[in-house]
Design a protein around this ligand. Sequence first.
Ligand SMILES: CC(C)(COP(=O)(O)OP(=O)(O)OC[C@H]1O[C@@H](n2cnc3c(N)ncnc32)[C@H](O)[C@@H]1OP(=O)(O)O)[C@@H](O)C(=O)NCCC(=O)NCCS
Length: 178
Amino acid sequence: MNHEILTERLRLRFPRDTDAQAIYDRYAKDPEVVKYLSWKPHTSVEETLAMRKYWQRKIDKGHSVPYLITAREDERVMGMISVHPKDAFKAGIGYVLGKKEWGRGYMTEALKAVIAEAWQNSTYIRLSAFCDVENIGSYRVMEKAGMRFEGIARAHSVLPNMGPTPRDLKSYAIIKGD
Ligand SMILES: CC(C)(COP(=O)(O)OP(=O)(O)OC[C@H]1O[C@@H](n2cnc3c(N)ncnc32)[C@H](O)[C@@H]1OP(=O)(O)O)[C@@H](O)C(=O)NCCC(=O)NCCS
């Protein structure tokens, strides 16, 4: 997959260490933004930088293809959308957007672009994602991007901001040609 994807309003590009401050400020420190994610809000930019370096090791091994979501109009950092290869034909997707950017269709635009890029420039034929049953905004994004609901994976994962009990997650996927 290409390391940069352009849409009408967005530039999706590989993140760099120098993006850590913006990532921290725009979304990583915000408890409301990370509520349904697998990590707790960051308490310092050093924590964000450490996560960035952790992910860089995954990138280097081919275990993750992350795209920083930036605005074409002023290059501001808005969020992240990542592809997580599982094997040659399937990958998972995860995404997060700073709160100031919510509700303007940005993530739907980003997700559609990443799906199109995968069909064009990878061997994947299946892309999938999970989201918490209460995370309405997230599953609306997936539905609007053409992903289909496949069922509820019960007691699938502990989400650290949602308590110690494993949460039910909605499972979505799109197949090339859908
Ligand atoms: C979920 C998230 C990515 C959505 O991004 P976004 O750019 O605001 O999404 P879009 O504007 O493209 O679409 C969101 C849709 O969900 C709807 N929506 C959002 N919150 C909603 C709510 N609480 N109740 C009902 N609908 C809701 C919006 O109305 C919109 O649908 P519509 O176009 O039919 O009106 C963003 O809120 C986010 O990053 N949240 C925190 C991180 C997260 O949860 N990531 C996903 C983990 S699985």
